[in-house]
Ligand binder design. Structure first.
Ligand code: DO4
Ligand code: MG
Length: 280
């Protein structure tokens, strides 16, 4: 069941048809104990939403939740970061965190730094090497239960992080640094290991990069990441946790203003964002 936050409040899409969700408060809704069953019952009870264009009315599926992210959970991310931080001597840290039992977890975004599908994401004006990081995002309620899945884009400035690993918050947290959406795929079942993550980048309508990975390449389980995140921490509204990237474009690639980033994870959908640099 796909749950959207829209200009008309929460909406579910079921077999191509949209229905209004009776609970209009997003934070309360995603923290309901029996969310999945409540949503499953809606098509029998509610009337179909008419004259409703999901594409133009959907917002980022976030209310007051914080966005966190895990790092170096894929071998590809470890290797790319060892390479980019070679001259700063940061490489050993990435190798160590890849094999340690404690994962790398970092704060990624407040809700106002998040862009939904169709909205613009930014690259920093003081960076010349920027990439999208396409990641499975876990929607977690205040009790630490994974209630569903969405798509995250952990936009990153590789030159800033590569200069010194301590610059990571600047490389990763800035205005419009995080894509999220288009919907939460609400499910109490874990996603299959074969679930594909696909990235496509278009420039002037032409493909300039494409890459894919799947969840079997992720070194840590979603449950393990959530368990660490909730150790000695509370999230009264729940939170989102991006699970790390397994797709890194070649070193000579950098995003440019005007590029379109498309990240697809079925059964969630496609998160589409254009890149800008200056407007905040
Ligand atoms: O270690 C730095 C960040 C890693 C990251 O964001 C990722 O692996 O996705
Ligand atoms: Mg990342």
């Amino acid at each position: 069941m796909k749950l959207y936050k829209t200009t008309r409040g929460p909406v579910i899409e079921h077999s191509g048809v949209c229905y209004q969700v009776p609970e209009g408060d997003w934070d309360r809704l995603i923290n309901l104990n029996d969310l999945e069953n409540m949503l499953i019952g809606i098509p029998q009870r509610a009337s179909v939403l008419k004259e409703f264009d999901l594409k133009s009315e959907a917002l980022a599926p976030i209310g007051n939740q914080e966005v966190w992210a895990a790092g170096v959970t894929y071998y590809r991310s470890r290797t790319a970061r060892i390479e980019e931080s070679k001259t700063s001597g940061g490489g050993d840290f990435y190798d160590r965190v890849y094999s340690a039992s404690r994962p790398e977890l970092f704060f990624k975004a407040t809700p106002q730094r998040v862009a939904g599908s169709g909205q613009a994401l930014r690259i920093r004006r003081d960076s010349n090497w920027n990439v999208p990081e396409p990641e499975l995002a876990l929607a977690v309620n205040s009790q630490g239960k994974i209630i569903g899945y969405t798509i995250g884009n952990d936009m990153s400035s590789r030159d800033i992080e590569g200069e010194n690993p301590l610059y990571l918050p600047q490389a990763k947290i800035y205005a419009q640094c995080c894509g999220l959406g288009p919907a939460i795929y609400v499910s109490s079942k874990p996603l299959e290991n074969t679930t594909d993550i696909h990235l496509e980048i278009l420039r002037d309508g032409k493909q300039v990069f494409t890459g894919r990975t799947d969840l079997s390449n992720m070194k840590r389980s979603p449950a393990e990441l959530v368990e660490y995140l909730f150790r000695d921490n509370t999230f009264p509204y729940g939170c989102f946790l991006l699970t790390g990237t397994g797709i890194v474009p070649p070193d000579e690639f950098t995003l440019e203003p005007g590029d379109e980033i498309r990240i697809t994870i079925e059964p969630i959908g496609t998160l589409i964002n254009k890149v800008t640099r200056f407007e905040i």
